[in-house]
Design a protein around this ligand. Structure first.
Ligand code: K7E
Ligand code: CUA
Length: 653
């Protein structure tokens, strides 16, 4: 330990020396955050573990990446909405159904907001949810296997952005539409948008035992843009808050036309009221097509079901269910503090933050003090619900997180900074620059009753000169600030993959002990599993051939197969017989029009291959698994279509 520290000091000394010489641009050093003390704060010695997991959305990568804090080391990319050749996700026969939608197979999406499941408003570390914006979907990922287990398409939605946030006991994962659309979809002139389009807010229930999702109801709101959302907690549990913009209902040149109103709204939704209404038979079933894809851990296989209807709610028919809180300047994020009292509107075209009071909101509703209505939904008076304003001096507030010690941290995109301020007194305590143009920020547990306020991670949109250049395309950049003291201290930069929008962090001790190590062979229920060499065989059904194959260090059984013909459709069903932690094997077949398979111990995966050329063709293991990994290979003999080469298979003959 001592030795490492010494080396680190030596390296740092050099870095300081170099930067003090100034760079080629003659620009002043931006390394003021760098001191040996800060270096120690992010240094995780070889073999040591990080204190937190950070799950960062991949944005346009469609996936979720896992990092350690404070080291900023990337541990895993979890494929969610995008095909991922590294593991075969979305290419293997078992996982193709995960990417099925009512539009057919959609192997990509734009993933924005991960949120970890909660019990009593605290992170419980069972699952993490994330939204797909483009072809509206919500995914559930297991935090024991770190695999995507379920994807629910969201009908009547478009640009599924105010998603995927969970209620205090994970009763629901909530999804709101960014783009309003005709509901049901129909052929109509675009310029008749106003008054005719609708915005849907979807409540997807989560089974407390197995996490399975079910789309319970959709609230059909006026045709605004529903940008972000967050749950009430503590006393405001039972409510959900959504920001809106484009309350002008413009359908063109929104940068001008959707910035006309001085105030848009935060929609406050009392979902418990709606739940009650639904339980009493309220709501209207509407035809809707949407896919529900579930991955089963025992069979290692996903199935996709196309659902046909959805329960819709007209909010004007449920008294007391929805109110509008006027909020200045096209708010982007809406965040709720750990106590559940303060609802923070981040008006992205403003310098100030608007904080609404939950208690005042309830009092104003009880006193029926309304300032008119919008499409039958009561509008509360701005001054009646206002708790305070943060005069930040920054520009372009986007998102706020909390440290659990009475402080809030807000990102300002335009002025590129994080501003720390005090809940209740609204005074600004500290501000630190970000490099550059920060979007979201994350404190582990920062969207729960119990934040772990040691670090805040800022996720920046623009990288420019932070790293060695990599051509025109640069990875995004995240920055870690130590917030354990009175002021924020920038301690580290690290590159992130795709475009992280939001992230969710959790103490490592809540996840690491229950992380799954292997799949038990004895529990493998895959219909084509070959859990031992005795189960291996090759079965022909017309021109379909099923190969039940097993693998163990360092061979495949069988490794010689003859009798395959051009025009066949060959399924390799490959089972990894290993029962040791971290001994995957890979499988790759020459000319296959998909990817390799990376198969975990005890798991079965299937690859389809349609041989097009006569010959003898090799397959091999792609993961360096033993000293004899290079020997882990086999051959398939492919005969002409119509030939009578007999089907045979063998090992060691
Ligand atoms: Cu990037 Cu939450 Cu999609 Cu703000 S959103 S930055
Ligand atoms: Cu198995 Cu390399």
């Amino acid at each position: 330990m001592k030795k490492y520290t010494f080396h680190l000091f030596a390296i740092l000394g050099m870095a300081l020396f170099l930067s003090s010489c100034g760079d080629q641009n003659g620009k002043a050093s931006s390394n003021s955050g760098l001191s040996s003390n800060n270096a120690e704060k992010v240094y995780v010695a070889p073999g040591e573990h990080d204190e937190f997991y950070a799950f960062m959305s991949g944005g346009y990568s469609g996936n979720l990446t896992v990092y350690g804090l404070p080291s900023g080391r990337m541990f895993k990319e979890i494929p969610v909405f995008s095909q991922f050749p590294t593991s075969g996700y979305g290419y293997s026969e078992e996982t193709k159904p995960m990417l099925n939608t009512s539009f057919g197979f959609v192997p990509w999406d734009d993933a924005h907001h991960p949120d970890i499941s909660q019990t009593n408003g605290e992170l419980d570390g069972r699952w993490i949810f994330i939204n797909g914006n483009n072809t509206p979907r919500i995914a559930r990922i297991s935090l024991s296997t770190f695999e995507t287990e379920e994807i629910m398409e969201v009908p009547n939605s478009a640009g599924n952005h105010s998603s995927s946030f969970v209620t205090e006991n994970t009763e629901y994962v909530v999804a709101g539409t960014r783009f309003s659309v005709p509901i049901p979809q129909r052929d109509m002139p675009i310029n008749e948008y106003k008054g005719n389009f609708r915005g849907s807010l979807s409540f997807i229930s989560v089974d407390p035992e197995d996490g399975h999702m079910d789309l319970k109801f959709q609230i059909l709101m006026p045709g605004f843009n529903y940008d972000l959302s967050h749950p009430g907690r503590g006393k405001s549990h039972g409510w959900f808050f959504f920001t809106t913009y484009n309350t002008e209902e413009a359908n063109s040149l929104l940068e001008v036309n959707a910035s006309q109103n001085d105030k848009d709204f935060i929609a406050a939704v009392n979902w418990k009221k709606i739940e009650e209404y639904v339980a009493n038979g309220g709501g209207t079933m509407m035809p809707a097509e949407y896919a529900h894809n579930v991955y089963d851990e025992a069979s290692h296989t996903a199935t996709s079901t196309l659902k046909k209807e959805v329960l819709t709610i007209d909010p004007t028919k449920v008294p007391g269910a929805v109110y509008f809180l006027p909020t200045p300047k096209s708010p982007h994020g809406v965040d709720v503090d750990p106590s559940g009292e303060y609802i923070i509107g981040n008006g992205k075209l403003s310098a100030d933050l608007t904080i609404h009071s939950f208690d005042k909101m309830v009092a104003a509703i009880e006193a029926k003090k309304f300032d008119g209505e919008a499409y039958g939904i009561p509008i509360l008076k701005f001054d009646d619900v206002l708790a305070g304003t943060v005069k930040s001096g920054g520009l372009g507030p986007l998102h706020t997180e909390f440290d659990g010690e009475g402080n809030a941290y807000t990102t300002f995109f335009i002025s590129s900074e994080v501003v720390m301020w005090k809940l209740g007194t609204w005074e600004v305590i500290d501000r630190k620059p970000t490099y550059y143009s920060v979007g979201h920020l994350m404190i582990p547990g920062g969207n729960s009753r119990k934040p772990f306020g040691k670090y805040v991670v800022a996720m920046n949109k623009i990288t420019k000169d932070r790293y060695l250049p990599t051509g025109p395309e640069l990875e995004h950049s995240a920055q870690i600030y130590d917030i354990s003291g009175d002021k924020m201290e920038l301690i580290y930069d690290f590159p992130t993959h795709g475009e992280p929008h939001y992230a969710a962090g959790i103490p490592a001790e809540l996840l690491a002990p229950k992380s799954k190590k292997i799949y038990k062979l004895s529990e493998n229920k895959h219909p084509f599993a070959a859990t031992g060499p005795a189960d291996t065989e090759v079965v022909r059904e017309g021109n379909e051939v099923h190969i039940y194959m097993s693998m163990i260090r360092s061979h495949f059984t069988p490794d010689n197969i003859e009798g395959i013909k051009v025009g066949d459709k060959v399924y390799f069903h490959v089972t990894n017989q290993e029962q040791d932690f971290d001994v995957p094997h890979g499988f790759a077949m020459i000319g296959a029009n998909n990817s390799e398979l990376l198969i975990m111990p005890g798991q079965t995966k299937s690859l389809v291959w349609e041989p097009k050329k006569v010959g003898v063709w090799p397959f091999y293991c792609t993961d360096f698994c033993s000293a004899l990994h290079q020997e882990m290979q086999g051959y398939i003999r492919v005969s002409p279509a119509g030939s009578n080469t007999e089907l045979s298979w063998s090992l060691g003959e």
